[in-house]
Design a protein around this ligand. Structure first.
Ligand code: HEC
Length: 157
């Protein structure tokens, strides 16, 4: 019993100590989605889907919930954001070639169709990010159309 108590105290102390360490927040210029929006022209409904279900992990701006302040959750979220952005970052859309944009949209379609994105751990807490069938279709239709645009090399203004 004594040892259990000791372990609990050590764990509690560790929890207190890690509160002093904070990962850097993913927050930057709020206008950095301009290139992505003007080029891919998502309809209003699709913009809402992307904002509520994808942007927190795939742009340079995350809307943090209150519990993001609490370690170790803060580190866990930071890890998701870094990984997510590493694979796909809408804020850096203009740095991708047309071929890469097309490929990213292809991946987007695969991930959404298979239900892998948005991540389950995200939709557990963000209920509104769980895509309905209708939203999934809207998102996929838009992504397919934009793929043609990049494949044909036309960039809508
Ligand atoms: C909670 C964070 C989070 C959310 C929300 C999220 N993603 Fe991701 N996404 C990730 C992570 C992390 C990866 C890296 C791959 C992995 O670990 O599964 C990723 C990878 C991807 C990839 C690249 C897959 C590949 O093959 O390289 C695409 C495309 C993608 N996400 C699309 C989306 C779309 C579209 C949405 C919204 C409908 C979304 N994601 C929502 C975290 C997220």
């Amino acid at each position: 019993m004594k040892i259990v108590k000791k372990i609990l105290i050590v764990l509690l102390l560790a929890l207190v100590v890690i509160q002093f360490f904070r990962p850097e927040k993913n927050v930057s210029d709020p206008n950095d989605l301009e290139a992505f929006i003007t080029q891919t022209r998502p309809p209003k409904d699709v913009q809402i889907i992307l904002k509520t279900a994808c942007y927190d992990c795939h742009t340079n701006n995350t809307e943090y919930p209150w519990y993001a302040e609490v370690a170790p959750i803060s580190f866990w979220l930071d890890d998701h954001i870094k990984h997510g952005k590493g694979h796909l970052n809408f804020s850096e859309w203009d740095t991708y070639s047309n071929k890469k944009k097309d490929h990213k949209l292809e991946e987007l379609i695969e991930e959404v169709k298979s239900g892998a994105m948005p991540l389950d751990s995200y939709t557990w807490v963000h209920g509104d990010a769980k895509l309905t069938k209708e939203q999934t279709i809207q998102l996929l239709e838009w992504a397919e159309t934009v793929r043609f645009i990049y494949q044909l090399g036309v960039r809508p203004q």
